[in-house]
Design a protein around this ligand. Sequence first.
Ligand SMILES: [Zn+2]
Length: 229
Amino acid sequence: MVCKRSILCAVACGLFIFTALVFSVHSSHAAVADSFRLPLDGTWKISQQFGVQVPDPPVTDRYHLAEDVGRGFEEAPIFATANGTVKHAASHTNYGYVVAIEHSLPEGGEVCSVYGHLRASGLAGLGDVGKGQLIGYLSADSSETAGTTMPHLHFGIRSGAFSENPDPVDGQFRYRGYGPSSVMGEWFDPIDFVGPRLMPKFAYGNRLMANRDLNVRNLAAGADIGDQL
Ligand SMILES: [Zn+2]
């Protein structure tokens, strides 16, 4: 009997360890970012386009690395653009609170989505998030947004896996809001990137694809697209 109990115990322990290992391995990889959504509900009205030159004398080689989207004075909720892992959630000078999420793409490789000018309270913790999960709120407090009085989201998409290391080009914070032309190649226009990935590929017919392309153009023009997405 003792022997049988020992065997049973050994089997049970083995199963437990195996299950724990499988779970830990599985949970260390966030779900693939197989579709995307815009991080704000409602109208996507761009107040500053991606890639525009915004000189800050004496620095003239300075470009916007994201799109800015406002919501009046509302501290609107911000949602993860796709499945991924929150790798960074902290305050930065001239930026307020920033969340960076790393996404694994279905075709391989990674990108990081960046959400700037957020409120201190309600900020996401580090770890896996699902597409559409609440990760924070816009802030109307200028002390939190480094002087910005109109709440707005700074939404950027940078190529590559997340890194805490400074940008190799100039040693600045890698997920900053503005950068020299030499770093522009590391960033996507968020709408060009997110637009074609708004839904899983299998959900599209040709007609939907055409509508989607139209929506993307409207978004880029700052038009009110209502609930089309
Ligand atoms: Zn911005």
